[in-house]
Design a protein around this ligand. Sequence first.
Ligand SMILES: Nc1ncnc2c1ncn2[C@@H]1O[C@H](COP(=O)(O)OP(=O)(O)O)[C@@H](O)[C@H]1O
Ligand SMILES: [Mg+2]
Length: 344
Amino acid sequence: MGGGQLGRMLSVAAAQLGYRCHIYAADANSVAAEVAAEFTCALDEDIGSLTRFAESCDVITFEFENVPVGPLHEIENCAPLHPPIAALDIAQNRVAEKNFARDHRGTTAPFAEVSDRPSLERAIAEIGAPAILKTIRMGYDGKGQSRIQPGDDLDQHWDAVGHQPCVAEGFVSFSHEFSVILVRAQDGEIRFWDTPHNRHEDGILAASVAPAPDPILQQQDAARDLAAQMAETMNYVGVLTCEFFATDDGPIFNEMAPRVHNSGHWTIEGAVTSQFENHIRAICGLPLGDTSLAAKRVEMHNLIGAQADDWQALLADDANHLHIYGKGVSRPGRKMGHVTKLYF
Ligand SMILES: Nc1ncnc2c1ncn2[C@@H]1O[C@H](COP(=O)(O)OP(=O)(O)O)[C@@H](O)[C@H]1O
Ligand SMILES: [Mg+2]
């Protein structure tokens, strides 16, 4: 379910193992459908189409964490669905997500829920500024966020998030950002990829590098334990990604994605088995593949907007592996492709 680049890369990995993918997406220009065997173009809420789709499948997964859970409950008995709906329930709600991490003794940024203008005032009085106001639902790539500086007029930030229910988060002063990417099989086995060091620009991932520098590696075990425990609790099957800030007080959990993740794209060439292949293996009940690094150093750079136009120059470098997603229209801030550099 979902028709974007993650679905595209999952479909390619599945095809290599001999599977036929059936993409279900609302957008007729699906870059996943382009490389898949079948395509249903319909809304998630169209229960008739969704049921016909589900009945045609042996196993169902999603590449988009904002699939509405109501319709998923309608197709629960048609085919196994991995990862579990419970993971979506948590990941779709920033408050539930932070509370879930705290329930597993994880540390999060200080936060307060904001439901209206007066509660925004109270939240900022409580947690202070700088802070980040984030919509509780539907945020991605830094969208639905507003950064609050001391003394700012809060009206302007409340307008910026469209008066949606929000969480106000204290600004974390971190030295690095990183993600734990794990895969959990149906028998409960968990494997981790090397931890990438992630760099964001304007709230969008710009680059991921593995292996990570020492300050991240020192916090890796604690972050992995938290991610693994959360996966166990959810009885999770598939790839799970948790984003962290490395700070002087240890790893701070930021958010989780119940799916393959942009910070794991480097695993296609940079690991023995990619996140996409292992996700397919996990949901199909197959043995997991080796997650070790396949080079001394791997860098993934996203190609955002016009950065993807320079593909001839990118291909001229022997270290580069180029991925272009085939999205027709380039827009500033749109992920058009990525390039992975391997160093041996
Ligand atoms: N509390 C915070 N303190 C400092 N930086 C933050 C905080 N929350 C988010 N950011 C920055 O913004 C980026 C995007 O925020 P995130 O919560 O991951 O939202 P999204 O769902 O859009 O990925 C983060 O990767 C980080 O660089
Ligand atoms: Mg994020």
